[in-house]
Design a protein around this ligand. Structure first.
Ligand code: AMP
Length: 277
């Protein structure tokens, strides 16, 4: 499995590649959620490229860029075992030779990016859209595979592909969960045993909210769930019902609408979302 460490090796590798290519961008510290996306990619394309890059541009001041878990050797081992065609592991110097803030950036529409995670993380989705577009230009894949776990990110990238006339096909892999319901995340390894025991409550509340009868008032149920989560020890950033396409708030539950939550346990910020069946 070739390990491509810079854009020029990637370009050479890409030029000689035969068959369709699916691309799975990640920040590494791979878990079964990433590997499920990889298997989706493998099922849909002849070749799969995974990138591992912790993108500084999508982290704000005081966020966990430095403490973000990194485990490149283990990641490469997992991808090799899984049959990955190649892995792209660029450096900051390659992607941001003049520093991340000194370059052209992609500004997603505010109606999608200034809400939900964009409120606590201003500029986060600008960083995400910018790195995804850069990687798409470098990798030139037929398909891009993203996870439903980061649904707002998925919607923003989907919109960027349309708005910037990119022909890459976008695939979305369902959220993979631990047996107790907690959405898998690289950040979960930073939870203390006590926090890990509390963490599944976030998914449990979303699950319960998704089972409210159609046309229930969203706000009062959300407030009750939020209060239970606070009692359990979460610091809640948001718990909201929104339209799955426009991401605009909804006052009443309906099939296809989506509950979104973000909450902190100590230094670890967890996000999750579930669609009403
Ligand atoms: P990350 O490494 O956290 O940036 O995630 C890389 C990709 O994996 C993104 O498209 C995420 O949405 C996706 N992903 C992360 N966690 C999960 C999960 N539990 N299930 C499915 N996809 C996931």
């Amino acid at each position: 499995m070739p390990l491509l460490r810079d854009p020029s090796s990637l370009r050479k590798w890409r030029q000689q590649l035969q068959g369709s290519l699916a691309f799975v961008p990640t920040m590494g510290h791979l878990h079964a959620g990433h590997l499920a996306l990889f298997r989706l990619a493998q099922a849909r394309a002849e070749q799969v490229l995974v990138s591992i890059y912790v993108n500084p541009l999508q982290f704000g001041p005081g966020e966990d860029f430095d403490s973000y878990p990194r485990s490149l050797d283990e990641d490469l081992h997992k991808l090799g075992e899984a049959g990955c065609t190649a892995v792209f592991v660029p450096t900051d110097q390659d992607l941001y030779p003049n520093g991340p803030l000194a370059q052209t950036q992609v500004e997603p529409p505010a109606r999608l990016s200034d809400i939900l995670c964009g409120v606590q993380r201003p500029g986060h989705f600008r960083g995400v859209a910018t790195i995804v577009l850069k990687l798409l230009h470098l990798v030139a894949p037929d398909m891009l595979v993203l996870g439903e776990k980061d649904y707002q990110q998925y919607r923003i990238v989907q919109q960027m592909l349309v708005d910037l006339n990119l022909s890459t096909q976008l695939l979305c892999g369902p959220t993979q969960r631990e047996p107790d319901g907690l959405a898998m995340s690289s950040r979960n390894t930073r939870l203390s045993p006590e926090q890990r025991a509390i963490a599944p409550a976030l998914a449990a509340e979303l699950h319960q909210l998704c089972r409210l009868p159609a046309n229930s008032v969203a706000g009062s149920s959300a407030e009750e769930s939020a209060e239970r989560l606070r009692q359990a020890g979460f610091a809640l950033d948001y718990l909201e019902l929104r339209d799955s396409e426009t991401l605009q708030p909804l006052s009443h539950t309906q099939p296809g609408a989506r509950w979104f939550a973000a909450a902190r346990l100590g230094p670890v910020r967890l996000i999750d979302n579930m669609v009403i069946p």
